[in-house]
Design a protein around this ligand. Structure first.
Ligand code: NAP
Length: 288
């Protein structure tokens, strides 16, 4: 495999190690960083994500609260829980796991989180702050992708960066962070004509689509840095059916790319690590 690995597990361990000192300093001042995670409904993937987030908090010596509610919870009841957590001085970060059940509109729920506790960075105030170049919280997944590129020494300033996927939680903030770091950024979506013409021009390629192995070796510029955000299951009938895979065909792409992140072991652990970083930053701000 000519490509160097963007190892999210190893980088996560390093960042969490550095974070431990900041958690200790806060505790010495009598403040323990606190994260509240709310899950509504029984979505199995979401259950795994929230438990991993809460476990990571505990390992880091942080306070965490996991609130699990049945899918029958009303929007008004959820808004009331968020308000209570906004007012709780032991909580410095609030995360409402998405997607929410269909009868709950996610927008008012996200907007009800106090922006200074919005460690996911999804509140419009935080999205706007990111767009205007003064972010309070960088959304965890794109923040983790940037850390991986920086740690690897992949050139960003002046690079052609292509982000495939334009969601509010990954694609758009990813593009803004790359732009802020001096890249020339293209955002692709499902209507993009000739996707390969864009991706072949990418010095940095970020895949955030949700389609297993759709980006293949011939779509990648030799030497590019490829960050794979996708978290998919290998379809039935293919080797390793049911196992986790990314949006990039790792076997082929790793023969062409200069750097590449694996799935699992790439962006996933970094997302959780940056959630811890954001919660500690929030706590430090509140303790000033
Ligand atoms: P999403 O909200 O479904 O957005 C998908 C984006 O991909 C949309 O902008 C869509 O375009 C675009 N798209 C769909 N088909 C395309 C195609 N053929 N060519 C180009 N663009 C296409 O997904 P998301 O929430 O951003 O998540 C994307 C993936 O990342 C999923 O696999 C998710 O599980 C994973 N994820 C991983 C982490 C992690 O921590 N590792 C965190 C979050 C998400 P339109 O805008 O035109 O619809």
């Amino acid at each position: 495999m000519p490509a160097k690995l963007l190892d999210g597990t190893a980088l996560s361990q390093q960042i969490r190690g550095e974070l431990a000192g900041r958690v200790s300093s806060l505790k010495a001042k009598g403040v323990t960083p606190g994260l509240a995670v709310i899950l509504v409904g029984e979505d199995p993937a979401s259950q795994v994500y929230v438990r991993n987030k809460v476990k990571a908090c505990e390992v880091a010596g942080m306070h965490s609260v996991l609130e699990l509610y049945p899918a029958t919870l009303t929007e008004a009841e959820l808004l009331a829980r968020v308000q209570a957590l906004n007012a709780d001085p032991a909580i410095h970060g609030i995360l409402v796991q998405l997607p929410l059940p269909k009868h709950i509109d996610s927008h008012p729920v996200i907007e009800s989180i106090a922006p200074e506790k919005d460690v996911d960075g999804f509140h419009v105030a935080n999205a706007g702050a990111l767009m205007t170049g003064r972010p309070l919280f960088r959304p965890c997944t794109p923040y983790g992708c940037m850390k991986m590129l920086e740690a690897a020494g992949a050139p960003i300033r002046g690079a052609n960066a292509v982000v495939v996927g334009a969601s509010n939680i990954v694609g758009k903030p990813m593009a803004l962070l790359l732009l802020a770091a001096g890249a020339t950024v293209t955002i692709c979506n499902s209507k993009t004509r000739d996707l390969a013409a864009h991706t072949r021009n990418a010095d940095i390629l970020v895949a955030a689509v949700g389609r297993p192995r759709m980006l293949t070796a011939e779509m990648i510029k030799p030497g590019a840095a490829v960050v794979d955000v996708g978290m998919n299951r290998v379809p039935e009938g293919q080797p390793n059916a049911g196992k986790l895979c990314g949006d990039v065909d790792f076997a082929g792409a790793s023969q062409v790319a200069g750097w590449i992140s694996p799935v699992p072991g790439g962006v996933g652990p970094m997302t959780i690590t940056m959630l811890l970083v954001n919660t500690v930053e929030s706590t430090e701000r509140s303790a000033r």
